[in-house]
Write a new protein. Sequence first.
Length: 287
Amino acid sequence: MTRTVYVNGEYLPENEAKVSIFDRAFLMADGVYEVTSVLDGKLIDFDGHSKRLERSLNELDMPKPEAFDELLDIHRELVKINEIQDGMVYLQVTRGAPDDRDFVFPDPETCKPTVVLFTQNKPGLADSPVAKTGIKVISIEDVRWGRRDIKTVQLLYPSMGKMMAKKAGADDAWLVEDGFVTEGTSNNAYYIKGNKIVTRALSKDILHGITRAAVLRFAREAQMEVEERNFTIEEAQDADEAFITSASTFVMPVVEIDGKPVGDGTPGTRAARLREIYLDESRKAAI
Ligand code: PDD
């Protein structure tokens, strides 16, 4: 089925949608994005994604697109037109397309942001069989730029990280800086030891995951202890359980790190429980 996508105020078949070759995101990765998951035809954590988008735009002095207040409607319309039950809505806002390539930001009065949204259909997204077996990760050096809290479209290194993982027979990579894990290539990283969840504290070093915020809240409500601090790969390897979170994977158990099994090498009960709680609560709050 040809998807209907949204580009700058228009709903178009995907093969008719166009963006200029001078678009700042194409030439300079000068764009930000959000991925919102859809379960049962409803948006998960839309408000959190919308707030983070606003923050990303602010941090980069990027003008807020005129369509900002319509974004919820546009998400819903695309979910409806494309008959998405389970999947994702990808949203990208760029600094727009000036007349020529130039490092200097274009005048926001004349150069309006580019806004693109499209859906990704993923039937059974929440019942992924991978959640039952868990994933294997490798560790790689974190060589990304210093503002990882801004959700920019500079995804070359995360993409290379996933390829390095694939080549090593693993599913994903955890990024390590100065001996400490920052996050996964496209997710936040955690381990569990006893009743305690350990994950890196929020700073410019990591993306402030929307799923992270919800999962830590649910964990605390379930009387688990949460410690937000730096941790090493060795600590995570010696833990009882490990997991990642993101809008597209929810809570996903990690069963192996750099070839070493975590716990008994199968998904742990606590991560499985957190996944269940997250999915239940998110479905209830979905809009
Ligand atoms: N990635 N850290 C990084 C580097 C990410 O790219 C993501 C999200 C997360 C998790 O954030 P959230 O819980 O808000 O999805 C953490 C999205 C899913 C992606 O790039 O497809």
